[in-house]
Design a protein around this ligand. Structure first.
Ligand SMILES: Cc1cc2nc3c(=O)[nH]c(=O)nc-3n(C[C@H](O)[C@H](O)[C@H](O)COP(=O)(O)OP(=O)(O)OC[C@H]3O[C@@H](n4cnc5c(N)ncnc54)[C@H](O)[C@@H]3O)c2cc1C
Length: 258
């Protein structure tokens, strides 16, 4: 939903209303988005610059890839999965988050804004856009700043959550992704979405025992299962047909030797 902004104090030309706004599209942000969107929450992921994982040479500790995987390929596949699950991904630099009576406002450098009850910050290593939020705990360690969170990813500020490296999680891709999922589940729990598992199960798994299919779960018959598996095989074969064209991004302080 879009509306023209009439608040003279703000510079955004247009304000969109969304259920969840995620800042950052690395492993934590993309995974959080996949989870909230699959729960039926209208989700936008805002991304500025590239995720730090693009610097990795070959990713060898992400489960499910016995010989490792190109980190750039993994990110492409995560983005595709977010898109397929109806996340809206936008290239935006978030400049400010502010609190109003009943929601949060997310302003961007590109001059638009998002009005939302839930913001998930996954923006390693940027917290500058949170400077106007009173009562947000931040911890400085060396040159880095982390957002203080409870075990479930909440921050003590209504509607504001953090996940991944910026929430002080260890510096591994699977941990950031898992934390994104966990914090998304907190948001889903805190929203009006009914109790939620997000399981796809064989036909009769619940109903064959006289139970309703729980919210967020799906029973599929054999025909549908085979169709989905075939589609997944085709998609993955396409992804793994040849090497990813992009080389790792070098650390900015390393001189170009070419
Ligand atoms: C050289 C290198 C090699 C690595 N190798 C491995 C490895 O082999 N195995 C492993 O498990 N892990 C590895 N890692 C670590 C892994 O990449 C990180 O732990 C993980 O990517 C953290 O995920 P994240 O989603 O928390 O943050 P990120 O992936 O950094 O995502 C944060 C995103 O937020 C965006 N953002 C920041 N500020 C804003 C803003 N204001 N507005 C909008 N967007 C914003 C950033 O551009 C970024 O895309 C490596 C890291 C590096 C640097």
């Amino acid at each position: 939903m879009s509306e023209t902004n009439t608040d003279s104090q703000r510079t955004a030309t247009e304000t969109e209303t969304v259920d969840v706004c995620i800042v950052g599209a690395g492993p934590a942000g993309l995974t959080a988005g996949i989870f909230t969107a699959r729960a039926g929450l209208d989700t936008v992921i805002l991304q500025s610059g590239e995720p730090i994982l693009r610097r990795n040479a070959h990713l060898e500790n992400f489960p499910g890839f016995p010989a490792g995987v190109s980190a750039r390929l993994l990110l492409d596949m995560m983005e595709d999965q977010a898109d397929r699950n109806d996340c809206e991904r936008r290239e935006r630099t978030v400049t400010r988050v502010t609190e109003t009576d009943d929601h949060l406002l997310v302003d961007t450098e590109e001059n638009d804004a998002f009005r939302t009850p839930y913001v998930i910050c996954t923006s390693w290593a940027d917290t500058a856009y949170l400077s106007e939020i009173d009562d947000l705990g931040l911890t400085k360690r060396g040159s880095k700043t982390y957002i203080d969170v409870e075990d479930d990813g909440s921050t003590g500020v209504d509607g504001l959550y953090a996940a991944g490296r910026i929430a002080g999680e260890p510096h591994q891709t699977i941990v950031a992704a898992g934390d994104g999922a966990r914090v998304a589940l907190t948001v889903i729990h805190d929203s009006d979405v009914p109790f939620y598992h997000d399981w796809v199960v064989p036909e009769n798994y619940f109903t064959g025992r006289g139970r309703d299919v729980p919210p967020g779960c799906e029973e599929i018959d054999d025909e549908e299962r085979k169709q989905r598996e075939e589609e997944s095989l085709a998609v993955m074969q396409e992804y793994f047909r040849e090497r990813h064209p992009d080389a790792p991004t070098q650390h900015p302080s390393v001189e170009d030797s070419n």
